[in-house]
Design a protein around this ligand. Structure first.
Ligand code: FRU
Length: 490
């Protein structure tokens, strides 16, 4: 083990002890200590789910990237493992950037981007992003001696040598494929496909899809898989322009659905949409479970408006893992079913009419799964204020406007002092006021799923944990069925 990795492993054990007991979310993966971003290497290995992440243990700000590591048997209860990789080689000395993992012949193969970004003695800068491999046993990983195994020499003409990263590897029969984020001068983001027989010698195949100046200038963290008879490409474009309520300015995470032309290795795109409409969602990655479910996890934080309490020693968390489905050409996402194993204290209200702001006995807390089904009706607006206190100093609000069919999430009063962007809205498919709203909360995160997962909206709130009341209100009187469970993970 390198000195740098040993140092990180020792440091995290000591530093984690300083985190206040009970401060962290209980069923979401979060930074062990310091900073985390993108999920990496989300994979099944020896029957367990492994998740790595971009990790800077030494501060709550982004820094030279390590890979942090957690694993789980059910996506809900996670075990912290020691730091998996440090930027300890010449070719990755400025960072082990994002990547993925695959199980192969009993080993766990990690593929990641090595970043070399150095001013040399003669004053010129060496900047290169290359692709590298580390092989391990689920806890300890060894970087290959022949790294990097893909360099910019194999890039197609016009592709940037500096922005070439985030390999997502998978196996089809005996062949390995990897898709990579890239950028082309003049046209913006693109994804590149390579293939290999042994995961070490790679051959460039094609540009699977590209931005053509429509969806941002660089595509990060791609993922590519089939679902429900179609092919899906997930990407996280940088520097997008807002478009209606669909896309917002800055970094977005979007999906393309289409047919995969396997003769030419191109995606023929049919539909494009945002993956999650909240304030905090980026760089999603998926895996396939043994029983064939496609599960997605993402970084629940934003580059453009990054928030974290100044007194926390950890920063960054992941979404709940979500099961993906395709229905009538649209991507549906819902928390993994395993969450139901952690339900406690069921509370139900059937056909109650919500009018003026009211609390419902038994419905409060900061770790819950809440389902509100609103029946068809003449009401105008319905709102839920959660993480609220009795003085109305703190609350975060979900507002459904039945007239124009929008859901707005507003955390203006969530208690974050430095929060430029605190509101986002999306169109939903409601019919005459009939809509289903599910809210999953784990202390600081609010994940909203609408109409059985047709849309999702994920945002953070760092409201003091004592603010745990929930208020329902409506203009015009909404008739609802409400079910609430506490989610308890010990
Ligand atoms: C996306 C990203 C990746 C990169 C990593 C660096 O959030 O910019 O493209 O690999 O973060 O931490």
């Amino acid at each position: 083990m390198s000195i740098m990795l040993e140092k990180a492993r020792k440091y995290e054990i000591e530093a984690m002890k300083q985190i206040e007991e009970g401060q962290k979310p209980s069923f979401h993966v979060c930074a062990p200590i310091g900073w985390i971003n993108d999920p990496n290497g989300f994979s099944v290995y020896k029957g367990e789910y492994h998740l790595f992440y971009q990790y800077h243990p030494y501060s709550t700000a982004w820094g030279p990237m390590h890979w942090g590591h957690s694993k789980s048997k059910d996506f809900i209860k996670w075990e912290q493992l020691p730091c998996a990789m440090a930027p300890d080689r010449e070719y990755d000395g400025q960072g082990c950037f994002s990547g993925s993992a695959v199980e192969h012949e009993g080993t766990h193969v990690l593929m990641y981007t090595g970043v070399l970004d150095k001013v040399q003695e003669d004053g010129t800068k060496r900047l290169a992003q290359t692709q590298c491999i580390a092989i391990g046993d689920g806890e300890n990983y060894k970087k290959l001696n022949n790294n990097p195994i893909i360099t910019s020499t194999s890039l197609p003409k016009g592709s940037s040598k500096e922005d070439f990263r985030d390999p997502k590897i998978w196996k089809e029969g005996e062949v390995f494929y990897v898709i990579l984020g890239s950028r082309r001068e003049g046209t913006g983001g693109q994804v590149l496909l390579f293939k290999s027989q042994d995961a070490q010698k790679w051959e460039y195949v094609s540009i699977v899809e590209e931005s053509e100046n429509q969806y941002g200038n660089m595509w990060e963290c791609p993922d590519f898989f089939s679902l429900g008879g179609k092919q899906l490409l997930l990407i996280s474009p940088m520097a997008m322009l807002a478009k209606g309520l669909e896309f917002h300015n800055g970094n977005n995470s979007i999906y393309f659905i289409g047919e995969y032309d396997r003769d030419n290795y191109k995606l023929n795109r049919e539909h494009v949409a945002l993956i999650d409409y909240g304030l905090d969602f980026y760089a999603p990655q998926t895996l396939e479970t043994a029983d064939g479910r496609r599960i997605m996890i993402a970084w629940m934080q934003s580059w453009d408006n990054y928030i974290t309490p100044p007194d926390f020693k950890w920063s960054g968390l992941m979404t709940v893992p979500r099961e993906l489905h395709l229905k009538e050409g649209v991507l549906y996402q819902n928390p993994v079913q395993e969450i139901e194993d952690y339900y406690q204290n069921e509370v139900r209200y059937n056909t109650i009419t919500i009018c003026d702001s009211q609390e419902l006995s038994g419905v409060q807390g900061r770790q819950f799964d809440l389902l509100v089904e609103i029946e068809e009706g003449e009401y105008e607006e319905f709102s839920i204020r959660f993480a609220a206190d009795a003085d109305n100093e703190y609350y975060s609000e979900l507002q459904y406007n039945a007239k124009i069919n929008t859901i707005t999430f507003d955390r203006t009063y969530s208690g974050i002092r430095k929060d430029i962007l605190h509101k986002r809205a999306m169109h939903v498919k409601g019919q005459k006021g009939k809509v289903k709203i599910r809210v999953l909360m784990d202390k600081y995160s609010v994940e909203i799923f609408v109409n059985d997962g047709e849309q999702a909206m994920s945002s953070l709130i760092y409201t003091p944990i004592e603010a745990n009341q929930i208020y329902f209100s409506s203009i015009g009187g909404a008739i609802c069925n409400i079910i609430k469970y506490d989610v308890v993970v010990q």
